[in-house]
Design a protein around this ligand. Structure first.
Ligand code: HEC
Length: 119
């Protein structure tokens, strides 16, 4: 490979890396010390999917689609939090596994999976 080609691919790689990285910190950097996105991906995405739409397994268990605005509209904050704390049907309870602040952060995060209305 020519030197200039190396230089170009190196630049593209580092741009991609820093681009992703800065996007990550601006979107989630304000979430105190709890990283709800990470928690969700670790504990919840097996059933709900990283985008909240539900994996094959999740759908088999009848998990809802968090990205559905109708679902978001009819769910109350208390219900979301309560289901995370105490479980609901096939949805496991998390009280023994997660800290209270973590479950609160996840309840908020579930709201963030809704499609944005404007902008
Ligand atoms: C084993 C699969 C599984 C995992 C893991 C899981 N869920 Fe669920 N979840 C479900 C299912 C199934 C439902 C649907 C429950 C119902 O309404 O019958 C559900 C429902 C929910 C609901 C809606 C509750 C309501 O009141 O309708 C929320 C919010 C939720 N899950 C959040 C989470 C969070 C946050 C995590 C990670 C800490 C998580 N889930 C992990 C299977 C799972």
């Amino acid at each position: 490979m020519n030197d200039w080609k190396k230089a170009v691919s190196y630049t593209i790689c580092s741009l991609a890396f820093f681009g992703l990285h800065s996007n990550f910190t601006t979107t989630f950097g304000q979430d105190e010390e709890i990283n709800a996105k990470k928690l969700f991906e670790y504990h919840c995405a097996t059933c709900h999917g990283e985008d909240g739409k539900g994996t094959k397994r999740g759908r088999e268990l009848k998990s809802p689609n968090f990205a559905d605005p109708e679902w978001q509209a009819k769910k109350k904050d208390e219900e979301i939090l309560n289901s995370i704390l105490n479980g609901k049907n096939k949805m496991p309870r998390w009280t023994d596994k997660l800290k209270s602040e973590e479950m609160h952060a996840l309840a908020k995060y579930v709201r963030k999976l809704a499609p944005k209305k404007r902008g």
